[in-house]
Design a protein around this ligand. Structure first.
Ligand code: AMP
Length: 226
């Protein structure tokens, strides 16, 4: 096992965060925590709150901070996360959420925040082609479909286009990323936690770059601990 890490992955929608977070979670043997997946799972409960959240999500709007912070706080309090670490995707997305995460983890902190950088043109093209397994969230593209009739290669679930991968909602999500989430890059840089990694190239190339960046940053800390 490559050993527990606590990572936050930032990056525009379509930068490849979902694919890369699954790979990093496997590599470091730590849980993958996706705020979007947890919010989508709440839809299935059919509660009044989940119907309210679905409206925000379909339109590409951000769900209120207090709701997301509570959902993530609940997950981070579970034993596997406490003992093993996490790969956190889609959270934080606002300054209030970054402060919230810092408070949740205090007196400790994340090891590293990675900004997975891909140009706006590339993410627009990727998002319109993206297809996702409804059950296990494995990501495909119309250029790389599952082997059999839009059934997931991993679990056999239906592979579909996400409700919020419409042109209008994609534009709104990218706009909100620029307004609310991009400032967190400076926030983590000021705390000496930021590494920028290019998300262009094949998935394997990007994973190699990410692992190298994480291991490079962890090495001095390990030396200091020994
Ligand atoms: P994602 O799967 O990360 O693209 O998230 C899908 C949608 O879930 C977003 O467009 C938001 O509506 C909502 N969402 C996910 N994470 C957050 C967050 N940290 N803060 C607010 N809304 C979120």
């Amino acid at each position: 096992m490559a050993g527990g890490v606590r990572l936050v992955i930032l990056g525009r929608q379509g930068a490849g965060k979902g694919t890369q977070c699954l790979r990093l979670a496997r590599h470091y043997a730590v849980p993958h925590v996706s705020a979007g997946d947890m919010l989508r799972a709440m839809h299935k409960s059919g509660s009044e709150l989940s119907r309210r959240l679905a409206k925000f999500m379909r339109a590409g709007e951000l769900v209120p901070d207090d709701v997301v912070i509570a959902v993530v706080a609940h997950r981070l309090d579970q034993d596997d996360i406490i003992h093993e670490g996490f790969i956190l995707e889609g959270f934080p997305r606002t300054a209030a959420q970054a402060e919230g995460l810092s408070e949740l983890l205090a007196p400790e902190d994340i090891d590293l925040c990675i900004d997975l950088e891909v140009s706006a043109e590339v993410v627009l093209a990727r998002l319109s082609k993206r297809r996702v397994c409804q059950d296990c969230s494995t990501i495909y593209s119309v250029d790389r479909p599952p082997r059999i009739d839009w059934s997931c290669n991993v679990c056999g679930g239906d592979v579909v286009q996400r409700e919020d991968d419409t042109e209008l909602a994609i534009c709104r999500r990218l706009e909100l990323y620029a307004q609310e989430t991009e400032p967190l890059i400076a926030w983590y840089l000021a705390r000496d936690k930021l590494v920028v990694v290019s998300g262009s190239g094949s998935p394997d190339t990007v994973t190699t770059r990410l692992v190298r960046a994480v291991n490079h940053r962890r090495a001095p800390r390990r030396k200091a601990e020994s």
